[in-house]
Design a protein around this ligand. Sequence first.
Ligand SMILES: Cc1ncc(COP(=O)(O)O)c(C=O)c1O
Length: 290
Amino acid sequence: MTANIAHFNGELMPLDRIHISPLDRGFIFGDGVYEVIPVYQGVPLRGREHFERLQRSLDEIQLPNPHGVDEWMALVAALLAHHPGDQSVYIQVTRGVPPKRDHVIPKGLAPTVFMMCQPLSTPSREAVENGVACVTAPDFRWEKCHIKSTSLLGNVLARQVSVEAGATETILIRGGFVTEASSSNVFVVKDGVVAAPPRDHLILLGITYDLVTRLAGEGKVRLEIRPIAEAQLRAADEIWLSSSTKEVLAVTTLDGKPVGTGKPGPVFRRMHALYQEYKRKLAAGRTVAA
Ligand SMILES: Cc1ncc(COP(=O)(O)O)c(C=O)c1O
């Protein structure tokens, strides 16, 4: 079997040859940030936007960015040379390896940079055609969910709620309002109008969320960004999830009850078509406006 080539601190090497110190602040404190970029036929989807979000996450945790966007894109291209086809690129930057464990942020430490590829697994045809099940849970995470932090215990525990219910995702409610799901953003549709929760510190501003709002604008789909009350979630005609690997996916049962007709709705089918069209143009190398 050929080695799975990954990137570690400026070098390409087999994944199983990478060794990370137990003192790395990523290991000890979850002190790091990350990105996941979907790649279709060698072309990263909104790669620059992912690195702009990485910059915002790094700024929030006061960690200088080891690379500019162009450098990052070149590093991704070098890694992708070893991984043809559809991939998901994982990028992680941690605060590095200090001499001892101490909460205080050390000065002048070299960050640890790690990147790897995994084959991209997008939703099955069955999931697209029939939708998926979700459950709800209280959003018990911290209040800086806009940082794409590697400290994901809250998200892991939230996801586990749906694992145990045999569902695909856990939709989170904070103070009576929908925030997001454990690793996706959430949209609802009522009377043909899509609503998305506000772009604040209580959600990760998904690159896919952003793309969906742009595609809605171009495709003449009415979309509002506004708080979504739990009651509005439960009364929605359609519910969608979005993420870099889920793309746009319809939720057809919520807490065991059908959403709308219990089938993916017409506004979802329109958005899914717009998204697939966007991907096709990207892979064909045509200019993509959104
Ligand atoms: C908590 C959370 N919200 C939203 C998203 C969707 O973000 P994106 O569309 O950039 O993948 C993710 C992706 O992993 C996530 O972890």
